[in-house]
Ligand binder design. Structure first.
Ligand SMILES: Cc1cc2nc3c(=O)[nH]c(=O)nc-3n(C[C@H](O)[C@H](O)[C@H](O)COP(=O)(O)O)c2cc1C
Length: 156
Protein backbone atom coordinates (compact mmCIF):
# COMPACT_ATOMS: atom_id res chain seq x y z
CA UNK A 1 0.00 0.00 0.00
CA UNK A 2 1.46 3.35 -1.04
CA UNK A 3 0.39 6.21 1.22
CA UNK A 4 0.39 9.98 0.98
CA UNK A 5 -0.33 12.59 3.64
CA UNK A 6 -2.58 15.40 2.39
CA UNK A 7 -3.49 18.20 4.80
CA UNK A 8 -4.66 21.75 5.26
CA UNK A 9 -3.55 23.78 8.25
CA UNK A 10 -4.38 27.38 9.08
CA UNK A 11 -2.52 27.86 12.35
CA UNK A 12 0.06 25.04 12.30
CA UNK A 13 -1.46 22.31 14.53
CA UNK A 14 -2.49 20.06 11.65
CA UNK A 15 0.81 20.74 9.88
CA UNK A 16 2.67 19.64 13.01
CA UNK A 17 0.82 16.29 13.06
CA UNK A 18 1.32 15.82 9.30
CA UNK A 19 5.04 16.42 9.74
CA UNK A 20 5.22 13.98 12.66
CA UNK A 21 3.65 11.28 10.43
CA UNK A 22 5.97 12.21 7.57
CA UNK A 23 9.05 11.99 9.82
CA UNK A 24 8.05 8.70 11.47
CA UNK A 25 6.67 6.90 8.42
CA UNK A 26 8.45 8.56 5.51
CA UNK A 27 5.23 8.93 3.49
CA UNK A 28 5.05 11.62 0.82
CA UNK A 29 3.26 14.76 1.97
CA UNK A 30 1.39 17.60 0.28
CA UNK A 31 -0.25 20.68 1.71
CA UNK A 32 -3.60 21.94 0.43
CA UNK A 33 -3.38 25.68 -0.23
CA UNK A 34 -6.33 27.96 -0.88
CA UNK A 35 -5.79 30.26 -3.89
CA UNK A 36 -6.90 33.22 -1.78
CA UNK A 37 -5.32 32.96 1.69
CA UNK A 38 -7.53 33.43 4.74
CA UNK A 39 -7.18 36.55 6.89
CA UNK A 40 -4.34 36.57 9.45
CA UNK A 41 -6.77 37.84 12.07
CA UNK A 42 -7.84 34.70 13.99
CA UNK A 43 -10.91 36.20 15.64
CA UNK A 44 -12.08 37.70 12.36
CA UNK A 45 -11.69 34.28 10.72
CA UNK A 46 -13.72 32.57 13.44
CA UNK A 47 -16.50 35.15 13.14
CA UNK A 48 -16.56 35.21 9.33
CA UNK A 49 -16.51 31.44 9.01
CA UNK A 50 -19.45 30.90 11.33
CA UNK A 51 -21.83 32.23 8.72
CA UNK A 52 -20.01 30.89 5.67
CA UNK A 53 -19.63 27.34 6.97
CA UNK A 54 -23.39 26.92 7.24
CA UNK A 55 -23.58 27.55 3.51
CA UNK A 56 -20.86 25.00 2.72
CA UNK A 57 -18.47 27.74 1.60
CA UNK A 58 -16.68 26.88 -1.65
CA UNK A 59 -13.03 27.91 -2.00
CA UNK A 60 -10.58 27.37 -4.81
CA UNK A 61 -7.40 25.45 -4.04
CA UNK A 62 -4.02 25.30 -5.79
CA UNK A 63 -3.52 22.13 -7.86
CA UNK A 64 -1.94 19.24 -5.94
CA UNK A 65 1.48 18.63 -7.45
CA UNK A 66 1.42 14.84 -7.32
CA UNK A 67 -0.31 12.07 -9.23
CA UNK A 68 -2.79 10.75 -6.70
CA UNK A 69 -3.43 7.72 -8.93
CA UNK A 70 -0.18 6.23 -7.76
CA UNK A 71 -1.31 6.08 -4.12
CA UNK A 72 -3.67 3.59 -2.45
CA UNK A 73 -4.11 5.43 0.84
CA UNK A 74 -4.62 9.09 1.66
CA UNK A 75 -3.93 10.18 5.23
CA UNK A 76 -6.09 13.29 5.28
CA UNK A 77 -5.60 16.05 7.83
CA UNK A 78 -7.99 18.89 8.58
CA UNK A 79 -8.66 21.28 11.42
CA UNK A 80 -12.32 21.29 12.52
CA UNK A 81 -14.08 24.55 11.66
CA UNK A 82 -17.56 25.05 12.95
CA UNK A 83 -18.12 21.34 13.50
CA UNK A 84 -16.95 20.13 10.10
CA UNK A 85 -13.88 19.85 7.86
CA UNK A 86 -12.31 23.05 6.54
CA UNK A 87 -13.45 24.35 3.13
CA UNK A 88 -10.01 23.70 1.53
CA UNK A 89 -10.25 20.01 2.49
CA UNK A 90 -13.82 19.83 1.19
CA UNK A 91 -12.52 21.44 -2.04
CA UNK A 92 -9.81 18.77 -2.24
CA UNK A 93 -12.38 15.95 -1.90
CA UNK A 94 -14.59 17.62 -4.52
CA UNK A 95 -11.77 18.24 -7.00
CA UNK A 96 -9.94 14.90 -6.76
CA UNK A 97 -11.61 11.54 -7.17
CA UNK A 98 -10.44 9.19 -4.41
CA UNK A 99 -12.74 6.32 -5.44
CA UNK A 100 -11.38 2.93 -4.45
CA UNK A 101 -8.76 4.40 -2.14
CA UNK A 102 -8.52 4.17 1.62
CA UNK A 103 -8.81 7.49 3.48
CA UNK A 104 -7.51 7.77 7.03
CA UNK A 105 -8.69 11.09 8.43
CA UNK A 106 -7.00 12.97 11.24
CA UNK A 107 -8.69 16.02 12.66
CA UNK A 108 -7.21 18.60 14.98
CA UNK A 109 -9.76 20.45 17.05
CA UNK A 110 -10.64 22.01 20.37
CA UNK A 111 -12.81 19.05 21.35
CA UNK A 112 -15.93 19.62 19.25
CA UNK A 113 -15.83 17.37 16.23
CA UNK A 114 -19.48 17.68 15.19
CA UNK A 115 -20.18 15.98 11.86
CA UNK A 116 -16.61 16.17 10.53
CA UNK A 117 -16.15 12.44 9.94
CA UNK A 118 -19.63 11.91 8.49
CA UNK A 119 -19.04 14.86 6.18
CA UNK A 120 -15.74 13.41 4.96
CA UNK A 121 -17.62 10.17 4.18
CA UNK A 122 -20.27 12.16 2.35
CA UNK A 123 -17.66 13.87 0.16
CA UNK A 124 -15.75 10.65 -0.53
CA UNK A 125 -18.61 8.17 -1.01
CA UNK A 126 -16.55 5.63 -2.94
CA UNK A 127 -13.57 5.51 -0.62
CA UNK A 128 -13.17 3.39 2.45
CA UNK A 129 -12.70 5.56 5.53
CA UNK A 130 -10.59 3.92 8.23
CA UNK A 131 -8.90 4.43 11.60
CA UNK A 132 -9.68 8.12 12.07
CA UNK A 133 -8.13 9.95 14.98
CA UNK A 134 -9.28 13.17 16.68
CA UNK A 135 -6.37 15.17 18.07
CA UNK A 136 -7.39 17.73 20.63
CA UNK A 137 -5.39 20.92 21.11
CA UNK A 138 -5.81 23.68 23.67
CA UNK A 139 -4.88 26.52 21.33
CA UNK A 140 -1.47 25.31 20.13
CA UNK A 141 -0.81 22.84 22.98
CA UNK A 142 -1.40 19.15 22.28
CA UNK A 143 -4.14 17.94 24.65
CA UNK A 144 -3.96 14.19 24.02
CA UNK A 145 -0.98 12.20 25.23
CA UNK A 146 2.13 11.95 23.05
CA UNK A 147 1.84 8.18 23.62
CA UNK A 148 -1.64 8.00 22.16
CA UNK A 149 -0.55 10.06 19.18
CA UNK A 150 2.64 8.09 18.59
CA UNK A 151 0.96 4.71 18.85
CA UNK A 152 -1.61 5.81 16.24
CA UNK A 153 1.19 7.01 13.96
CA UNK A 154 3.20 3.83 14.38
CA UNK A 155 0.19 1.70 13.38
CA UNK A 156 -0.34 3.69 10.17
C1 LIG B 1 -12.84 29.27 12.02
C2 LIG B 1 -12.56 28.27 13.11
C3 LIG B 1 -13.57 27.46 13.56
C4 LIG B 1 -13.31 26.46 14.52
N1 LIG B 1 -14.32 25.63 14.91
C5 LIG B 1 -14.04 24.59 15.75
C6 LIG B 1 -15.05 23.63 16.07
O1 LIG B 1 -16.18 23.66 15.58
N2 LIG B 1 -14.73 22.63 16.94
C7 LIG B 1 -13.49 22.51 17.51
O2 LIG B 1 -13.25 21.60 18.29
N3 LIG B 1 -12.49 23.41 17.21
C8 LIG B 1 -12.74 24.45 16.35
N4 LIG B 1 -11.75 25.33 16.01
C9 LIG B 1 -10.38 25.10 16.57
C10 LIG B 1 -9.48 24.38 15.57
O3 LIG B 1 -10.09 23.22 15.05
C11 LIG B 1 -8.16 23.92 16.23
O4 LIG B 1 -7.52 25.00 16.85
C12 LIG B 1 -7.23 23.25 15.20
O5 LIG B 1 -6.26 22.49 15.87
C13 LIG B 1 -6.52 24.29 14.30
O6 LIG B 1 -5.69 23.61 13.38
P1 LIG B 1 -4.56 24.38 12.56
O7 LIG B 1 -3.63 25.02 13.56
O8 LIG B 1 -3.89 23.30 11.76
O9 LIG B 1 -5.22 25.39 11.68
C14 LIG B 1 -11.98 26.33 15.07
C15 LIG B 1 -10.98 27.20 14.62
C16 LIG B 1 -11.25 28.15 13.64
C17 LIG B 1 -10.13 29.03 13.15
Amino acid sequence: MKSIIVYYSYGGNTKRIAEAIHTKKGYDMVEIKPVVPYTNDYQKLVDEEEGKMHQEEVVEIEPINVDLNSYDRVILGTPVWWYTMTPPVRAFLTKYDLSGKVIIPFTTNGGWLGSTLDDIKKYAPNSSIEEAISIKFNEDVLAISENELNSWIIKL
